[in-house]
Write a protein that binds this ligand. Structure first.
Ligand code: BJW
Ligand code: ZN
Length: 244
């Protein structure tokens, strides 16, 4: 199986990767669903919906600041690095990720499409203000502040620039991702349960356009029934073996 997958990758014409929380599990970032998943300790509707933020912005900000602290300490693992190397060699054309942890970019990937936003970005709930706290150098200060964060332009409440349930995905990112998926001959699907839409349409678009799916996951997912090759295992370990 793994030899067949390695051959497909080596001979691919337009390879991309579609990633989810599982690719960052070996970096110490918990996934959402399943054993030890984030949703075991938090109710989605209490922390990841616009209604939750309206009801209790303090709780939602505590949840996101807790995750910012965890994510900033995390380092890209072998799987992130392998994808960056494949892109560097010109084999991989891009990464479409549902993750907000920035680890693909930290690993050196250049063409990264983030479908669900980025943990280090905040945006105003009233005006067009946006800030990337990593780039502005204000992350420490931001994390130390106990008051709710306010917009420096208009004074309204700031929120994380991530996509909550019931919210539309960023239009450009979604269009770019769908367009990329249409051109793909091989798509590596790594560490996603394939349960959250519209992101989970990506592998279906690949299949509809005669592309093939190589899935890497320790467990079967919503995508497994349409995968051409299923490589059971952890992302870092399987990617290492695959590129050996
Ligand atoms: C490993 C591993 C290792 C473990 N190595 N692997 C169509 C059908 C049904 C429902 C809908 C539909 N279309 C829309 C909906 C509703 C909803 C939805 O999808 N609901 C489903 C749950 C049923 N979708 C939405 O609401 C979306 N918005 C929308 O549709 O808007 C429409 C609209 C249009 C116009 C106006 C208004 C509205 C938005 C979805 C937003 C998702 N947001 C979150 C939070 C982001 C911010 C944050 O991080 O806090 O995104 S939820 C969460 O799930 C997060 C993830 O990106 C996303 C996907 O999860 P992922 O990555 O797959 O993680 P897990 O935990 O599920 O799986 C991990 C996998 O890794 C597992 O398989 C493990 O086995 C594996 N693994 N260790 C490799 N070492
Ligand atoms: Zn503002």
């Amino acid at each position: 199986m793994i030899e067949e997958a390695a051959k497909l990758i080596a001979h691919s014409r337009f390879l991309i990767a579609f990633t989810g929380a599982g690719i960052s599990a070996e970096s110490g970032i918990p996934t959402f669903r399943g054993n030890g998943g984030l949703w075991e300790n938090y109710k989605v509707e209490e922390v990841a919906t616009p209604e939750a933020f309206k009801r209790n912005p303090k709780l939602v900000w505590e949840f996101y600041k807790m995750r910012m602290r965890k994510m900033r300490k995390a380092k890209p693992n072998k799987a992130h690095i392998a994808l960056a190397e494949l892109e560097n060699k010109g084999i991989l054309k891009g990464v479409i990720t549902q993750n907000i942890d920035d680890l693909h970019r930290e690993a050196g990937s250049k063409n990264v499409i983030e479908l669900h936003g980025n943990i280090y970005r905040v945006k105003c709930t009233s005006c067009d203000y946006k800030e990337n706290l990593k780039e502005s150098g204000r992350l420490d200060e931001f994390l130390d502040e106990d008051e709710l964060p306010k917009c420096p332009k208009c004074g309204s409440l700031l929120r994380p620039d991530v996509v909550w349930f019931g919210e539309p995905l960023p239009e450009t990112a979604l269009n770019n991702a769908f367009n990329l998926a249409r051109r793909v001959d091989i798509c590596l699907v790594i560490g996603t349960s394939g349960q959250v839409f519209p992101a989970a349409y990506i592998p279906y678009i690949v299949k509809d356009n005669k592309g093939s799916i190589i899935e890497i996951n320790p467990h079967e997912s919503g995508i497994t029934p349409i995968a051409d090759i299923f490589l059971r295992g952890r992302a870092g370990e399987v990617m290492e073996e695959l590129l050996r």
